[in-house]
Design a protein around this ligand. Sequence first.
Ligand SMILES: Nc1nc2c(ncn2[C@@H]2O[C@H](COP(=O)(O)OP(=O)(O)O)[C@@H](O)[C@H]2O)c(=O)[nH]1
Ligand SMILES: [Mg+2]
Length: 288
Amino acid sequence: MGARLWVFVPTYNEVGNLEKVVRATADALEQVVPGDWGILVVDDASPDGTGELADRLAEELPQVEVLHRAGKEGLGKAYLAGFSYGFEHGAEFVIVMDADFSHDPDHLAAMIAAAQTSDLVLGSRYVEGGEILDWPRLRRLLSRFGSVYARAVLGVQIHDLTSGFRCVRRRVLETIEPSTLEAQGYVFNIELTYRALLAGFTVTEIPISFRDREAGQSKMSLPIAFEALMLLPRLRWQMSGRRREQLRSAGSQARSRPRFPRLNRRKNGTNGSGHDAVDQDLPERRSA
Ligand SMILES: Nc1nc2c(ncn2[C@@H]2O[C@H](COP(=O)(O)OP(=O)(O)O)[C@@H](O)[C@H]2O)c(=O)[nH]1
Ligand SMILES: [Mg+2]
């Protein structure tokens, strides 16, 4: 299936959430980019039957596909598999979101709109208009502290570096050497964003209302979160000097390469930031 927008949801034991998330996501996408979307579930052999549920949904809904992986390898590997699958199947944009309703499919329209002029769009809890509705106090504090700390250590202006709700444009993935992203969950997201920034891509945060998961349990834990904090100074150090220069130059080459067929090209071709505003635009939202 050659859709230009893929949404992928990594799953591990999400049997209580997946069907509702997939149906709500399918409805939202059909409104925004009719006929030009796919949904991919990346399941790591969940013992609770999430993979079988995903198969049933894929049988019923032709735009839904499932990637079964042999066992739990962690979120970073699942992210890589999902991005690769989307881009191998013709995607120009890949959105990743949790399968647990923390990331509301109602935000997809705003995310897709922002992706028209950005290389990487982050659903952000920490910009004006963003919020966390019902997380326990400790989790909220930890996430907030982690974001401020990551921002300071890396010296960047992004407010929600760990956000797992994001839209990545193909050329970002082609540039940042994803196979060398070895971290899991939080650091994976931070590092992908950091590399995109160093490569000179436009990164935009849009406000989201983040809710606690509807069912099941988080797979994140305090040790994973602390591990993330420890890894950041090393990340900054690794991405300095020659590596930084290589990324910058790969990014500028990626932005100057001629694009493949341009669709819905607007008359004035840039957004004022020096980047192409509308290459590979998605169709405008269908009017009600
Ligand atoms: N495929 C796969 N998905 C995972 C893995 N770990 C977590 N997930 C999924 O990744 C998303 C984020 O994990 P979650 O436990 O919600 O983390 P939290 O949002 O930080 O609490 C959810 O959809 C999980 O089901 C994994 O090892 N493999
Ligand atoms: Mg979650």
